[in-house]
Design a protein around this ligand. Structure first.
Ligand code: ADP
Length: 234
């Protein structure tokens, strides 16, 4: 382990790994290097938090780990598979099986017209997983949503919506759950419950990687990656 608390080099069975990753955005007038030679490994069954000032490259890193984007150079592995060279279709297929992505705004993670249990059932079927109703009820109860199984997102608080999104993200046992500032829109009590749920579910085997400015996230994290100017700080 490094001082960041996360193994920095290739680790057998890591959920995801980056090696010498560079990501540059080019516009008509400028070129910005968002990630400048990033090496890291995201361990399985852990909650890893990525912290750093605005512009440090957190979202860019998370988008690569979630297979939503490709680096300019370097390699990215998810679940042992090399993903940096995949085209859009291959990345879509890989995401369906291996990766969940949580947006900051709870409502963006959910469909407005489905009840809570139906949302989880749909997420499972999109992942190609067979999950019975008892397993869905047990997961919702575990996340404190046992009395909300038929509620639609509009009938849930922001924190409940985000916990439901967490339920959808872990159903079918993906390799990695990527969450970009998932508590930014929540009050502190709701944020604590969402983070507690993530920590608890990580312990069951899913790797969570979460970006945040929120010091409470660091308190529950198993490991911290510090980014600054597109580099991992040791
Ligand atoms: P963070 O999430 O830590 O705020 P980002 O990964 O969003 O950092 O951004 C890192 C750098 O890359 C910033 O300078 C940002 O302005 C730039 N950047 C991010 N996305 C784009 C884009 N699509 N086009 C141009 N520049 C971008």
């Amino acid at each position: 382990m490094t001082s960041s608390g996360v193994p920095a080099s290739s680790v057998d069975g890591a959920a995801a790994e980056c090696s010498r990753v560079v990501k540059t955005y080019r516009t008509a007038t400028e070129s910005v290097t968002a990630l400048d030679g990033v090496d890291l490994a995201i361990p399985r069954a852990r909650l890893t938090v990525v912290v750093g000032p605005s512009g440090a490259g957190k979202s860019s890193l998370l988008r690569l780990l979630a297979c939503l984007d490709r680096p300019d150079s370097g390699s990215v592995h998810v679940g042992g598979l090399r993903v940096d060279g995949l085209r859009a279709r291959g990345r879509r297929r890989l995401r369906r099986r291996h990766v969940s992505y949580l947006f900051q705004r709870p409502g963006e993670n959910l469909l407005p017209y489905l009840g809570a249990a139906e949302q989880v059932r749909l997420a499972a079927s999109m992942r190609g997983a067979e999950v019975d109703d008892d397993a869905i009820s047990a997961l919702l109860s575990r996340l404190g949503l046992g009395a909300r199984v038929s509620h639609r997102p509009g009938e849930l608080s922001g924190g409940e919506q985000q916990r439901l999104a967490v339920a959808c993200s872990v159903i079918g046992s993906p390799t990695l759950v990527v969450a970009d500032e998932p508590t930014a829109e929540l009050d502190s009590a709701a944020a604590d419950r969402v983070l507690g749920a993530m920590g608890e579910l990580a312990a069951t085997g899913v790797a969570f990687v979460v970006s945040s400015h929120d010091p409470r996230v660091m308190a529950v994290a198993d490991g911290v990656v510090r980014l600054d100017h597109g580099r991992v700080q040791q």
